[in-house]
Design a protein around this ligand. Sequence first.
Ligand code: 13P
Length: 248
Amino acid sequence: MRRKIVAGNWKMNKDKNASIGLVQEILQSNKLFGCEVYISPAFPFLNEISNICESTPIKVIAQNVSEKDEGAYTGEVSLDMLKSVGVDGVIIGHSERRKIYGENDEVLRMKLDNCSKNDLEVFFCIGETLEMREKGKQNEVIENQLNSTLFDLTDFKLDNLVIAYEPVWAIGTGKNASSEQVQEIHQHIRALLNLRYGKISESIPIVYGGSLKPNNSKDIFSCPDVDGGLVGGASLNSQAFLDIISSI
Ligand code: 13P
């Protein structure tokens, strides 16, 4: 059986008090989660939030990491730094990083490789733009994104890998992909993973992200190739996030 996962990507939201407040609300709900739960606060609060989440079922992941190890890279945060504050994993290749900050395949490959070598869990994001979806090229885009990054690495530790399918047109737009669209592409991703890695790939979780809300998560999570979600906006509200978690 594959792991079930719900992760909250807080993006550049919530100051220190609000971040601490949000995680405390989630923990105070005292709910027994029916899946693995991750949260991804902003860099400055990772240390404190990791401490709060220690010995709880919630794991903490960073929204980004530098591809460099250390040195004169103003504004960057290294993998060792993240590990030293108790971070469990990293989101890599989010479409906002690719599009707004110009992260290309070479950079993504280096980040993936570094995380794998250092045993950090990776949420690797892939997904097509609206333009490509309208041209019916979503499968091709996904295939290219995987081929030029993850699949190009020889020794990636698959135990640490979660694939997040996030169609760019569904992120922050309130327009989620339908469960049929999600299932179709997740099945395609699974087939690609199978071609590249063989049977072992069956254990790699594939989660969906893009306007996931309590009123659509159950439907999407019920698809056979959907193993959970990467939630943006709705993860900023403890009740909405908990409702999404319980819908799995
Ligand atoms: P929204 O849930 O706000 O659409 O964001 C999804 C996302 O980008 C998660 O990484």
